[in-house]
Design a protein around this ligand. Structure first.
Ligand SMILES: Nc1nc2c([nH]c(=O)n2[C@H]2C[C@H](O)[C@@H](COP(=O)(O)OP(=O)(O)OP(=O)(O)O)O2)c(=O)[nH]1
Length: 226
């Protein structure tokens, strides 16, 4: 796991708005930038001077045109994304709300659309989403996940097949470890099915003593929300 050692992290947010009565979740089709051509929740980088909650609410308003009252806005967990040979991890603070105000609208970055829980397009999302999003939709939060990605080899014109061998698990008594071997992931450069990265390992915990607030550089939960 040496190639996954991290020395710093960027703080990001991700917001899932859920219609509980209709069993639907609001996703956005990302038109450009990091994660382009994938469906995702709304979010992005936290700006200097902002809390993660403020950053998440701002991104939701910018990208989907809607607002959520503070009391309805719940922290669901933290996902730490790590990329092979990249010392900078992405500490993503995940929020959810069952309520919203305003009119949902498209912007130049995201095209919002409601999906029934049963129709969430996992094959056109980041690969880790199929692991934790069902838990969030079923109310099995808070959670903490650590996901490891390798870059898929890129070939310009034709669809290619790639095999990613799982990295060795480092089981500890506090982590539920899952190791996956993914074979035959097809994608094109123009429209990668599940993005330019292949997840090669992950850990997910959801029986936490509280809602995680920060992750230490050794990957453990540094502190919990009050
Ligand atoms: N569902 C999911 N979301 C992810 C994964 N990895 C990852 O960075 N994200 C999210 C976190 C952020 O919401 C978003 C990346 O933020 P961004 O680069 O779009 O940030 P931004 O809007 O500030 O960017 P920009 O304006 O500078 O283009 O993608 C993942 O594996 N799964």
């Amino acid at each position: 796991m040496e190639s996954f050692t991290i020395t710093s992290k960027k703080v990001l947010t991700l917001v899932l708005v859920i219609d509980k009565a209709e069993q639907k979740v609001l996703l956005g089709y990302k038109k450009r930038g990091f994660g382009a051509h994938l469906w995702n929740g709304f979010g992005g980088k936290v700006e200097p001077g902002e809390t993660t909650r403020e950053g998440a609410l701002r991104e939701l308003e910018e990208e989907a045109g809607i607002t959520v009252k503070t009391e309805d806005f719940k922290k669901a967990g933290i996902l730490l994304f790590q990329f092979e040979n990249d010392p900078v991890a992405l500490e993503t603070h995940v929020y959810k709300s069952y309520e919203y105000q305003g009119l949902i609208r498209e912007c130049e970055e995201m095209r919002p659309q409601w999906f029934a829980f049963a129709d969430v397009p996992y094959d056109q999302m980041w690969e880790d989403d199929r692991i934790w999003l069902p838990m969030l939709l079923n109310g099995q939060d808070p959670f903490y996940g650590r996901m490891y990605f390798k870059r898929k080899p890129v070939e310009d014109t034709k669809e290619i097949e790639t095999t990613v061998t799982s990295v060795v698990n480092t089981s500890t008594s506090t982590h539920v470890n899952h190791s996956t071997t993914m074979t035959g992931t097809s994608f094109t450069t123009a429209q990668p099915k599940s993005g330019p990265f292949a997840m090669c390992d992950y850990q997910l915990e959801h029986s936490l003593q509280g809602v995680p607030r920060e992750i230490a550089l050794d990957g453990t939960i540094a502190s919990f929300e009050n």
